[in-house]
Design a protein around this ligand. Structure first.
Ligand code: NDP
Length: 487
């Protein structure tokens, strides 16, 4: 499945690249801090004391002992578990088996800098549907007590750690192995243009080799970056959401519209990317970025555990939205999805099949690089209008958590008319936490805005490098970055 060599290599790998993400200090800060953020969101928002825990609301009373108690801190040894790591590895292994044995579409990637195109096998959609059927069968048989759901809830921290360890190991493995990439090799291996600065930490973070692949007995050739991009983490996000629904049901005996809506929206987003899987080959992650800790951690740990925070919140605070709430959020999602999908489709069709009648009306400009740039339709409104659609959707993922925040109080069941929820001996009430939980349940909207603004700047630099004066010309025709008329 390696790929096909072309006769005329295009030389782009040798182009000069500066540091991104503020260079080695930035790489260090991100690699060190983001894993901590994942743990903080887990410990500071829990089902034992509150979201956020009460001592965060009253910093004067903050002590280490209090924090340890309220966060349910399991101790350093407790955050990692051999058993949970084994199950997580089993989950990755299942994905690998399905990747190998289910039929898939074979697609060629974009032209490599050293010439030629790699071949990829795509079957994430069918693999995921297969896994969904297995999970559904288990749920039909055992309901919310199906061990996959209860295990995830009970071993959440250890599952987080397992994914982080896998991300760290993979990044280190591909970094070391990248030193065996030799000029003129026959396997179409190449270094990422911006990934071999010579600074060990930075290169490990940003990714030294562009398309690291391994050949495994039985499984054949696996493209590590493409495997990680959608399969374990993105699907894992939805598995986590469903585990949270099961927990809500187990706790309260019912499931609320808010958690169902969020899970449906996020499943739509995730399965849409599975359906459009080959279009991943033209994204920056695949064409430009090497595979390092940035992508391995992002794909395997950050995406599933940070993106599912809203459903995790609602598992404990079962908010009901009602008809108008549902309609409002659905309208926001529909608008975002419409912009996101139609803009991305326009560009994909234009790049892969310019004769497609659906995009034949678009105006474009020729460039010296040989590639054309669309200057009308969605891509004539802003240079990354697709990011705007994506960001609008992120609001629909968070708004169903309402004005978030709760405290868990010991005490008698609530009386009719009291706000809050009875949970055995506990009461889950908003109290002084109302609003403060939004730091967790709306984290995605804020983080995603930062990611997209930063990503747009990175892509701008990439396009400037590729198109030069033509890009300047394009910017005059399409002056807005993401939001027409505003930014
Ligand atoms: P884009 O899909 O926006 O692709 C950018 C590339 O498109 C440019 O490098 C350029 O490549 C090409 N291009 C730019 N302008 C034009 C034009 N006018 N006409 C034709 N081609 C053009 O980039 P991303 O990979 O960042 O995003 C893909 C999708 O994934 C987006 O919708 C984004 O929102 C989403 N995303 C989601 C994330 C998440 O965590 N949920 C994270 C990152 C992205 P070239 O000319 O070389 O072909």
């Amino acid at each position: 499945m390696a790929g096909s060599k072309s006769k005329a290599p295009v030389v782009k790998a040798q182009e000069k690249h500066g540091y991104e993400f503020a260079g080695p200090p930035g790489a260090f800060a991100i690699s060190f801090l983001l894993p901590i953020v994942v743990y903080i969101t887990n410990f500071v928002c829990n089902d034992i004391y509150g979201c956020p825990i009460p001592s965060v609301l009253d910093p004067k009373t903050l002590t280490w002992d209090k924090i340890k108690t309220e966060t349910g801190w399991p101790g350093w040894n407790g955050i990692v578990s051999l058993e949970a790591t084994g199950w997580v590895l089993g989950y990755y292994f299942l994905s690998l088996v399905l990747h190998r044995f289910l039929p898939g579409q074979i697609v060629e990637g974009t032209e490599l800098a050293i010439g030629g195109r790699l071949k990829y096998k795509f079957n994430t959609l069918s693999s995921s549907i297969f896994t969904v059927v297995l999970l559904l069968a288990g749920t039909i048989a055992q309901g919310a007590d199906f061990p996959v759901w209860t295990y995830i809830w009970d071993n959440y921290t250890q599952i987080v750690t397992a994914n982080m360890l896998i991300a760290f190991t993979l990044a280190t493995f591909v970094y070391i192995r990248s030193f065996s990439v030799k000029p003129g090799n026959k396997d179409m291996r190449e270094l990422a243009a911006g990934g071999h600065s010579g600074n060990m930490l930075y290169d490990w973070f940003i990714g030294r080799e562009l398309n690291p692949r391994v050949t495994l007995p039985i499984f054949g050739e696996i493209d590590i970056k493409v495997f990680c991009e959608l399969r374990p983490g993105l699907f894992g996000w939805i598995v986590l959401d469903v585990a949270f629904i099961a927990h809500q049901y187990k706790t309260y005996g019912y499931v609320t519209d808010s958690i169902i809506l969020i899970t449906l929206f996020q499943a739509l987003y995730v399965f849409d990317s599975f359906y459009m899987e080959p279009s991943m080959l033209t994204t920056m992650d695949i064409t430009t970025d090497g595979f390092g800790f940035m992508l391995s951690f992002g794909d395997l740990a950050w995406v599933p555990f940070i993106y599912s925070l809203q459903a995790r919140y609602l598992a404990v605070y079962p908010l009901t939205l009602g008809l108008s709430g549902n309609a409002g959020v659905l309208a926001i999602l529909s608008l975002g999805y419409y912009i996101f999908r139609s803009a991305n489709n326009q560009k994909n069709r234009f790049r892969t099949d310019p004769s497609d009648p659906r995009i034949a009306h678009l105006k474009y400009m020729e460039t010296a690089s040989g590639s054309k740039l669309i200057i009308s339709g969605w891509w004539g409104t802003a240079r990354h209008i697709n990011y705007l659609g994506d960001w609008i959707m992120s609001w629909a993922f968070c708004l169903p958590t309402g004005v978030a925040g709760y405290l868990v109080q010991q005490g008698p069941a609530l009386l009719d008319g009291e706000t809050g929820f009875s949970r055995g001996e506990d009461r889950v009430v908003q109290g002084g936490a109302r609003g403060w939980g939004m730091a967790i349940s709306y984290f995605y909207v804020i983080y995603f805005a930062i990611l997209l603004i930063h990503r747009e700047r990175r892509d701008e630099t990439k396009c400037m490098r590729k198109y030069g004066k033509d890009w300047e010309e394009y910017k005059k025709i399409v002056p807005w970055r993401i939001i027409p008329g505003i930014y």
